[in-house]
Design a protein around this ligand. Structure first.
Ligand SMILES: Cc1cc2nc3c(=O)[nH]c(=O)nc-3n(C[C@H](O)[C@H](O)[C@H](O)COP(=O)(O)OP(=O)(O)OC[C@H]3O[C@@H](n4cnc5c(N)ncnc54)[C@H](O)[C@@H]3O)c2cc1C
Ligand code: FES
Length: 368
């Protein structure tokens, strides 16, 4: 084949593939045009006319109904469950790991995975209608360690938030750099529940993480920040004499809020807070927790360094937080445990707690 014939063939192939992609995109547009469909919520109590084609989670969010979600719709948190009585189609493979046999009977579905294509009948707990959206102003951003920042946000003038210490908010990014879409992630509230016109979050940088890179490199004081919440069932039960609190990294956030909750309510519980870190540079809020120890003898702060540097001159507990738990917590009797941190650390701690007599009813945690 001569050079001109090759050029002609390549040209024809390019034209055919361009034509095919136009046909595919037109077909997609037609097929995905589900028109306006009706969402019937709680047996006719609320009826919404919505545009079909998006996930149920984002369709509800655009109607200001915020379903809990920690993974931003990636089917990895399992929090976005909604009972769909009609209109969802069969259970998807991505949903299967999160829906128990009992939940299947109740038609529970992951709202981030199912698309709104036709009229649907939903059952949504009334409590979720209290979740609100806030457009806050970032008033402070502070380095707590080399990879954790504290964000302090002011709620819009005249607005307040009621949350239970330990709960989390969803934080929405804006498109930046190569990230063309908004994403949202869960962050535990670290501030006091009594402070209703501000919210504080502690955000650890995850290398290449979309949201944390946005927070650590793009966000600046004065920016508007969109949040929704509060969400979650990690909050104080307090049906005991002593609270064993355990955290690593940014898992300190909800524990800080819980400690202040107990103190400000004047509750009688003893508290021991085991905080696991690698080296001295991973510790933060140490002065504050030591001051609380002095002011409130019911509270003990036990930082544990797994791998202190010689230059750290560390005199405290050395080893993983599990070592301190093993040594210092005798029994689960009269105690509840509140844990927050990485799945690996939490699983190891929960194993030890159960050996000491804690049960599923006395252990509460948020893994992240
Ligand atoms: C209930 C709840 C509360 C949370 N509270 C906090 C909080 O107070 N402070 C806080 O910093 N984070 C918290 N998180 C984690 C947070 O929601 C995000 O998952 C995290 O910040 C990463 O988001 P990203 O968009 O930067 O990373 P992504 O873009 O989602 O992830 C980028 C890559 O990093 C991996 N990755 C994601 N998270 C982690 C991680 N934690 N460690 C290592 N690798 C990871 C992903 O698998 C992926 O490969 C919480 C999570 C939950 C479920
Ligand atoms: S939002 Fe996390 S599984 Fe649906």
């Amino acid at each position: 084949m001569d050079f001109q014939a090759i050029l002609k063939t390549v040209g024809i192939l390019s034209l055919v593939s361009a034509a095919l992609s136009v046909i595919i995109s037109i077909a997609e547009g037609v097929l995905n045009n589900y028109g306006i469909v009706e969402l019937d919520i709680n047996n006719g109590k609320k009826k919404l006319q919505v545009k079909g084609g998006s996930s149920l989670l984002s369709t509800l969010a655009s109607e200001k109904i915020f379903i809990p979600s920690a993974c931003g719709g990636k089917a990895t948190c399992g929090l976005c469950k909604v009972s769909v009585q009609e209109g969802a189609g069969p259970l998807l493979m991505t949903e299967e790991p999160y829906i128990t046999p009992e939940e299947r009977k109740q038609n529970m579905r992951l709202s981030c995975q199912i698309k709104v294509k036709t009229n649907m009948k939903l059952l949504i707990p009334e409590a979720l209608f209290n979740i609100r959206e806030f457009i806050c102003e970032l008033v402070e951003i502070e380095d707590m360690t080399y990879d954790i920042k504290r964000l302090r946000m002011k709620l819009p003038e005249g607005q307040t938030i009621d949350f239970k210490a330990g709960q989390f908010m969803q934080f929405y990014t804006k498109p930046y750099g190569k990230v063309k879409e908004e994403v949202f992630r869960a962050y535990s509230i670290s501030s006091k529940a009594t402070e209703k016109d501000h919210l504080e979050l502690l955000i650890r940088l995850v290398p290449n993480g979309i949201c944390t890179t946005y927070v650590h490199t793009v966000l600046k004081v004065g920016d508007k920040v969109r949040l929704s919440g509060p969400y979650g069932d990690f909050y104080l039960r307090g049906d005991c004499e002593e609270l064993i609190m355990i955290a690593g990294g940014s898992g300190l956030a909800p524990i800080r809020s819980l400690v202040y909750d107990v103190i400000e309510k004047g509750l009688p519980h003893k508290m021991r807070f085991f905080f696991g870190a690698n080296t001295l540079r991973d510790l933060y809020y140490v002065d504050e927790f030591e001051q609380i120890e002095k002011d409130y003898p019911q509270f003990k702060f036990i930082p544990c360094l797994a791998r202190p540097e010689p230059s750290d001159n560390w005199q405290g507990v050395t080893g993983f937080v599990t070592v301190a738990l093993q040594d210092q917590v005798d029994t689960g009797e009269g105690k509840e445990a509140y844990l927050c941190g990485s799945p690996g650390m939490l699983d190891a701690c929960i194993k030890i707690l159960k050996e000491k007599g804690f049960t599923d009813e006395t252990i509460f945690y948020d893994k992240f």
